[in-house]
Design a protein around this ligand. Sequence first.
Ligand SMILES: Cc1ncc(COP(=O)(O)O)c(C=O)c1O
Length: 390
Amino acid sequence: MSNKKHFETEAIRNQTERSQFSEHSTPLYLTSSFVFDDAEEMRASFAEEKQRNLYSRFTNPNTSEFVNKIVAMEGAESGCVFATGMSAIFSTFAAILNAGDHVVSCRSVFGSTHSMFTKYLPKWNIKTSYFKVDEVALVESLIQENTKILYIETPTNPAVDILDLELIGNIAKKHNLIFIVDNCFATPYIQQPIKFGADLVIHSATKLMDGQGRVLGGVTVGKEDLIREVYLFARNTGPAMSPFNAWVLSKSLETLAIRVEKHCENALKVAEFLENNIKVDLVKYPFLESHPQFKVAKQQMKLGGNIVAFEIKGGIEAGRKFLNKIKMCSLSANLGDTRTIVTHPSSTTHGRLSEEDRLEVGITNGLVRVSVGLENVADIIEDLAQALED
Ligand SMILES: Cc1ncc(COP(=O)(O)O)c(C=O)c1O
């Protein structure tokens, strides 16, 4: 029997070694530190001559189980976990970059990632050059002698645009750049960026990995040598994931494949319903033929994901009215939950940006984002339909 198991099997059977109690399901190791038999064992462990748990800021059986699963799912060499998706992103950049380095990134990135690029990294004289989702042809012209990282998210948040992983991966390789992908919207079940040349893959585990809106978490996986730098940064600066959150998340991963299948089935039905509604101008869902990057999405994604974006006729006011009429779905900032969530970015999360800045990232005034959940799809559609009525 080969060592390499299927995705679903890794998610379930990749488990921390059983304790002396022979438990079936991994217990919660709620402990801040671990004990040593003698001074020599302690010395050898701190010198990393012996691989074992020392202190839960470094590793813990629960965080190790969680990260080992993601490493297997993404086809990575190694990985490191964090308290949140943002601490994974910041720690990864902080570990790899030096003062004066340069980053090339797609402009359509998560809001706090944009703040990291524009507000915090410049403190260390690290500048970022942006390209828009439809400007991939410009990427090579943005690369400078000091460029170190090429960064993207796909699908993007909230406009659900798709970037060509293979094309961008090849540019990174040609210019010897570290290619980093935020794979949060897809999950490793749908898309594995390492196959297309990514050196590191980052997730907010808060979203579909937890899948039930309970805990925060982040993870970075990829090449061993890069992860070693990221791990040492995290070990020393302390953005550690709590064992409790790792325990919850590792259990969640056992059902990731089956949950994501159903999320995507529901999302496609919601997208098709919206496409036929006269109050809706445009629907963006990667697996709708009308999506501008449908062909690329089909090449790199197994399914279309659970996020549907659509343009409601009537701009900002129509968007606000729609949210006010929603009865069952939740108005919340999270996504990737069992509960369907609707947001209207231009009057809420992105309300402080100028219209010009919003348009740069594809957020039109009437754009609504739906994170399609696991309720019966007929009930989701009924709620959206009544909210779209006059
Ligand atoms: C694409 C993407 N990346 C990163 C994050 C940040 O994750 P967290 O909230 O776990 O810090 C989010 C959160 O919504 C996200 O959507």
